[in-house]
Design a protein around this ligand. Structure first.
Ligand SMILES: *Cc1c(COP(=O)(O)O)cnc(C)c1O
Length: 371
């Protein structure tokens, strides 16, 4: 079976986990501090590690200061995690349409949905690419909005010569099992804003003030104050140990993903009945490889036939404005999202694939589409 995605784990990760188990300090301590330091070097900015990418987004939304009913603009075409993180913080996710060329949020459409309650915009770096991010930052500046980048797909990607997370307002990453690097589960918040960093550090530890410093010096807080709602969102040493090992291998893993995506591009280039999204893979580290089938092609049938050849595929994503919980949040239609999303299909992409696998997948796909 050629899996759609998977964790790619070697002896280094296994040894690192055994090391933490041998130390018998499994919670948040030295390994988490080291992983945060390494990530701080990677991004060139302060980093707060947490237990999932969703928690990172949730804490970031809470940290900008949400009043009940505040609205956050977010593309409907994203994982439900972006929406859940916003509503968990007491804000209202407002689904926005996509630019069909990039599949990223359309800045003009987002602008048309701004109200007096709009507090922030959350662009999602779909597949690792961030579209016209400068338009999002111009919009945010002119309308006084915070920007929380959902960079779950974009670890290691560059925009305009700069690494994602190294510039801008707030960026949140995911280290779940199948992302560009993993810490088992995990995620982080990156920002230059000391208030955001402080609030996320406290809120990940049940709101216990300055508990991060205590834990990093091997102590605990016995007497403390709590000023706002916190959560049990800190990262454990086991997770950080996996993350540290993965970060060391990241350059090779990034190259592998880029090479596979480029090979898909080359082989799909001449194929009818579909389009692929041309991206600059010397700058982008792809998390998923997505194609768009022609409207006369039945996606369910294609997926079933590929599966019968041992090839798993995925759907990124069902639009969130079509989910019962968020259906009431839309005040006007999202024509591009509705037109494009039923035809998106994700092909296998992970570091344990090789070029032969890509050739097999594209060959099988061509057979099915020619029929
Ligand atoms: C993976 C992902 C998240 C959430 O990350 P988890 O670590 O799985 O909680 C958020 N947004 C997008 C777009 C994702 O793909």
């Amino acid at each position: 079976m050629i899996r759609l995605s998977k964790s790619c784990i070697g002896q280094d990760e296994k040894d690192a986990v055994i090391g933490v188990l041998d130390n018998e300090f499994l919670g948040m301590g030295d390994e988490v501090r080291e992983f945060e330091d390494l990530l701080k070097n990677f991004f060139g900015r302060p980093v707060v590690c947490v237990n999932t990418g969703t928690s990172a987004l949730h804490l970031a939304v809470q940290a900008i200061g949400i009043n009940p009913g505040d609205e956050i603009l977010v593309p409907s075409l994203t994982y439900v995690a972006s929406f859940q993180a916003i509503s968990a913080a007491g804000a209202v996710p407002i689904p926005c349409d996509i630019d069909p060329e990039s599949l990223n949020i359309d800045a003009a459409d987002a602008e048309s949905r701004i109200t007096s309650k709009t507090k922030a915009i959350m662009p999602v770096h779909y597949s690792g690419s961030c579209g016209l991010l400068k338009d999002i930052y111009s919009l945010a500046e002119s309308r006084k909005l915070r920007v929380i980048e959902d960079a779950a797909h974009a670890f290691g990607s560059y925009y305009d010569g700069k690494k994602i997370g190294s510039f801008g307002d707030i960026a949140c990453f995911s280290f779940d099992g199948i992302k560009n690097i993993t810490s088992g589960e995990g995620g982080c918040i990156v920002s230059d804003d000391p208030d955001i960093i402080r609030r996320c550090q406290d809120a990940r530890l049940l709101g216990v003030e300055y508990d991060t410093e205590k834990r990093f010096s091997g102590e605990r807080s016995w007497e403390f104050d709590v000023r706002e709602q916190g959560w049990r969102y800190h990262m454990s040493n086991i997770m950080a140990a996996i993350g540290i090992a993965q970060l060391k291998k990241f350059p090779a893993m990034a190259l592998k993903r880029q090479e596979l995506a480029l090979s898909y591009d080359k082989q799909l280039n001449e194929m009818g009945s579909l389009r692929y999204f041309s991206r600059n893979y010397s700058k982008i580290v792809p998390h998923i490889y997505v194609i768009q089938l022609s409207e006369n092609i039945n996606r369910t049938m294609v997926r079933k036939e590929l599966l019968s050849q041992g090839i798993q595929t995925g759907i990124h994503y069902q639009p969130n404005h079509q989910l019962s919980f968020y259906a009431g949040n839309t005040n006007h239609p999202l024509p591009e999202t509705e037109r494009v999303s039923p035809y998106l299909l994700s092909l296998p992409l992970h570091c344990d694939l090789d070029l032969k696998d890509v050739a097999f997948v594209t060959e099988q796909l061509e057979n099915i589409l020619l029929r």
